[in-house]
Design a protein around this ligand. Structure first.
Ligand SMILES: [Zn+2]
Length: 402
């Protein structure tokens, strides 16, 4: 896992001068590359020869500066290919520089930077894992920051985890499958539909965007329409966040272990009939996972992301693989005879994998009670207390039970 954390730096006058001079040199290199249409770092030795000042900057920082020219030009040409109107890259002063792998050392409350020196740093939060990159940034309010990008080794995490979270005597675990046809289906049989107001706003957004594309470039009407589109965007964002906060809160309040799919490799959207655009769905899912993960952490609960591969294909009763493509909405197992909605089957697998992952038990699919499937609706209704203010929101999102 990659973590990005920002820490404040307190350079003294001397080191600050060096930082500024480094930024000036990076700006010079950046602009030089832009001007000469070169964005290959093999140009650096020559530059160092012609302009000896360039040597004052750490070589990796210089390389990254050249790479930024390349990245910016690539981003620009991508926009161009999409038919967006783009200007030229302008000469710009650099306000940040990137150290990567080498050239830095964290030494207690000092950050040592090659070619700069030691700078006092306030480590307000522990840095998890190994530091891969440090971005030194000077912002508009004239403060210096180190943005620390670190990567945690999953095995180390594992031991830390085992120490912190002992298996409780009894626990409530749930697996959540996020999908297109509804928002989510969980392993206790709760189905939450996409919020209607977001769906409506999504349709409106598409309508307004179409209008925008018909307006003449540069016209006053076009500018007006652009504002309308931005407003609809904002509305969707607010409503969606509100919904995601409520649903994630519900799970964190009601469960000790919440298992989600690792969305980066999940079976991704093949746009169904949800009336929601792919972009909205993608963003919702990622955000939902984030919300659950941090809310769980704050509440002392556990949330994990399991490998998504096979969650829809495996039978959550007998464990055999039952291949099916995306259009098949029902899991019907020829081996054990179980029949259930596809998303429900996968949420059960997600739950089982989560329990196994945290070491709270090896739940063999077959050890689950088949009879429970039929009584799930009853179980759920008895758990859900609508008079409990924590759960009232459930009225807002349309829910149903399997
Ligand atoms: Zn089966």
């Amino acid at each position: 896992m990659i973590t990005v954390t920002r820490f404040k730096l307190y350079p003294n006058k001397e080191t600050e001068d060096k930082l500024f001079s480094n930024l000036r040199i990076c700006s010079f290199v950046y602009n030089w590359c832009l001007e000469h249409n070169i964005w290959n770092d093999s140009v650096l030795p020559q530059l160092k020869e012609v302009y000896p000042d360039v040597k004052e900057v750490h070589s990796i920082v210089l390389q990254n500066t050249v790479h930024q020219v390349r990245d910016n030009i690539n981003a620009l040409s991508k926009k161009k290919q999409k038919g967006q109107k783009v200007g030229r890259l302008r000469h710009k002063p650099r306000h940040s520089m990137i150290y990567e792998q080498t050239g830095f050392k964290m030494d207690g409350n000092m950050l040592r930077l090659s070619k700069i020196g030691a700078i006092p740093i306030i480590i307000s939060r522990p840095i998890k894992g190994e530091i891969k990159q440090i971005i030194i940034k000077h912002n508009k309010t004239h403060n210096w920051f180190a943005i620390v990008v670190s990567r945690t080794n999953e095995i180390d995490d594992w031991f830390a985890f085992r120490k912190t979270y002992r298996k409780p005597q009894s626990f409530k675990a749930v697996g959540i499958d996020l999908n297109v046809s509804n928002f989510s289906t969980d392993s206790d049989g709760l189905v939450i539909e996409h919020p209607k107001n977001v769906k409506r706003a999504g349709k409106k957004l598409r309508r307004e965007q179409r209008k925008l594309s018909r307006r003449k470039k540069g016209s006053r009407n076009r500018n007006k329409q652009r504002r309308i589109v931005a407003l609809v965007h904002e509305k969707i964002e607010n409503r969606r966040n509100d919904f995601l906060h409520k649903v994630s809160r519900y799970y964190v309040n009601n469960y000790d272990l919440i298992s989600l799919e690792d969305l980066s490799i999940a079976e991704m959207v093949q746009n169904g009939n949800s009336g929601l655009s792919k972009a909205i769905l993608d963003a919702s899912w990622g955000k939902f996972d984030d919300y659950v993960l941090y809310k769980a952490e704050n509440a002392g609960k556990l949330a994990v992301q399991v490998i998504a591969k096979g969650t829809t294909q495996d039978c959550s009763i007998c464990g055999k693989t039952v291949p099916k493509d995306l259009s098949v909405r029902v899991h019907s197992c020829p081996y054990c005879g179980s029949v259930m909605p596809r998303d429900y089957n996968s949420s059960r697998n997600i739950n089982l994998r989560g329990i196994e992952m945290v070491g709270w038990g090896t739940v063999k699919p077959s050890s689950l009670d088949m009879g429970r499937l039929n009584t799930l609706a009853e179980i759920r209704t008895s758990i859900l207390d609508i008079n409990n203010p924590e759960q009232v929101f459930i009225d807002e999102a349309r829910i149903s039970w399997l």
